[in-house]
Write a protein that binds this ligand. Structure first.
Ligand SMILES: C[N+](C)(C)CCCC(=O)O
Ligand SMILES: O=C(O)CCC(=O)C(=O)O
Ligand SMILES: [Fe+2]
Ligand SMILES: [Zn+2]
Length: 449
């Protein structure tokens, strides 16, 4: 299952030449345990090849040469013929709107100065020519001149293939789905902090696989905050800047007990749940407390196939969540989510599910209540299937970094003991901040290469 799904996503990538960036940094760590022997022999290398391709998926723009450019006045398009024989067409209006000259663009902010009220969306062009330094120059009827760089234009080509590949390069929405045979990718904590290549590889793998385990961090408080600073800044919530997972007296959250946590995403009680979670093991339990991880996107894909009615219910009915208590300050949160959020193309975008904070307030007509429970059960049964669950025991210092919109995580109950009490420290980030760092790193790594 895992290999076939991987192959579907990795096809073009596996053929590309590899960037050295990833392989040195990410080690596939094969978990031990009863299922380890069932790992396909090639899994580790397949996975690593996949990871290498992640970086080469976004190589810097190569030099483009324009052979010819002309205006098609009827169609109101400028047609560019490239040296390799290909063509691209650009609408007059788009070209005028995106003039890069200092009057139209504030270069220091890469922001548009030109106002909509000053944009004539019916303007024609006077002349189009290729300059001596191979740029496309357009003179507009009011004699304003725009000069476009060929690489800049090529990247913004309107063909469906070009748009698709640019959108993937920008948003990295392709994911490698996995099941219990996943070897959780690992990276070295110190390297990620010090080396931009290592940090980039880490973030790319977190995006594609949903999880990376960082090894080698000191097992002391403050490390997840350092890691957040490496990216930008953490997401403050009612549980504080960072939060301590321990068995607490009068716990304000089920996580702060020694009880079992069924697999969940964190914080659906927020209407905008945190995109990324870091959780470090400072002291493992003497007995119990093992972690479970499930690829929510893989499981929802299975649900859609095996139980389309349950999928339909979970992608359409709104469920209330609540969280009441006191921590960083007192709080009383209320939210509503579909347990499975899909985007406008029907692709799963986010899972919102924590059974502990699902509200007893259920805003459904009577006849939908039982079908709703049947659907949740179908979903949780699938997630609990051994072939979908990766189990691991966090060691002292380990930091799990994962996509909280995609992965579900849980833990077994554990025995609290007074002399050595289990202690984890966690922090949240928003995907916007993580993706921003990823783009900055990608640009700086490419500049140096
Ligand atoms: C770990 N903690 C307490 C910050 C959040 C637990 C997740 C949740 O309540 O949804
Ligand atoms: O205790 C654990 O291993 C996980 C805790 C957790 O899921 C949480 O704090 O939200
Ligand atoms: Fe959690
Ligand atoms: Zn201009």
């Amino acid at each position: 299952m895992w290999t076939s799904t991987l192959a579907r996503f990795a096809r073009p990538a596996l053929q590309r030449s590899t960037a050295a960036v990833t392989c040195q940094v990410l080690k596939a760590c094969c978990r031990s345990g009863p299922a380890a022997g069932r790992l396909p022999p090639s899994l580790t290398s397949v996975q690593l090849r996949g990871q290498q391709s992640l970086v080469s998926a976004s190589h810097p723009a190569s030099r483009q040469l324009v052979r010819h450019a002309r205006a098609l006045d009827q169609e109101r398009l400028v047609e560019v013929e490239w040296e390799d024989g290909g063509h691209s067409s650009y609408p007059f209006t788009w070209l005028r709107d995106n003039c890069q000259c200092p009057l139209c663009t504030l270069q220091s902010a890469q922001a548009r100065v030109l106002l909509m009220c000053d944009l004539d969306i019916h303007a024609g062009v006077d002349t189009v020519e290729v300059t001596k330094d191979n740029k496309v120059s357009i003179v507009w009827p009011d004699q304003h001149t725009s000069v476009f760089d060929p690489e800049w234009l090529k990247k913004r080509c309107f063909s469906s293939a070009a748009r698709q590949s640019l959108q993937e390069e920008l948003f990295l929405n392709e994911r490698y789905y996995w099941d219990s045979t996943l070897c959780i990718p690992t990276a070295d904590f110190q390297q990620v902090l010090q080396d931009d290549n290592a940090a980039l590889a880490w973030l790319l793998a977190m995006r594609r696989f949903g999880v990376v385990c960082l090894k080698g961090a000191p097992a002391e408080q403050g490390q997840v905050a350092r890691l957040c600073e490496r990216i930008g800044f953490l997401r403050l919530t009612f549980y504080g800047h960072t939060w301590q997972v321990q068995d607490k007296y009068m716990a304000n959250n089920l996580a702060y007990t020694s009880k079992k946590l069924s697999v969940h995403t964190d914080y659906p009680a927020l209407n905008f749940p945190p995109g990324v979670q870091f959780i470090q093991c400072l002291c493992p339990a003497v007995e119990g407390g093992e972690s479970q991880l499930v690829d929510g996107f893989h499981v929802t894909q299975q649900l859609q196939r095996e139980d389309p009615e349950a999928f339909q219910i979970l992608t359409s009915l709104l469920v209330n969540f609540q969280d009441v208590g006191r921590d960083y300050c007192d709080f009383h949160l209320l939210s509503k989510h579909c347990i499975i959020d899909v985007d406008r193309d029907g692709r799963v975008h986010r899972i919102n599910f924590n059974n502990a904070t699902r509200d007893s307030v259920l805003d459904l007509p009577l006849h939908q209540v039982q079908p709703f429970y049947r659907a949740i059960k179908a979903f949780t049964d699938l997630m609990d299937r051994p072939e979908n669950v990766v189990s691991c025991r966090l060691e002292s210092g380990d930091i799990m970094t994962f996509d909280n919109w995609r992965l579900l995580h849980g833990r077994k109950s554990y025995i609290s003991s007074p002399d050595s009490s289990r202690h984890l420290e966690g922090a949240y980030l928003d995907w916007d901040v993580v993706m921003s760092r990823l783009h900055v790193l990608r640009n700086s790594v490419h500049k140096d290469s």
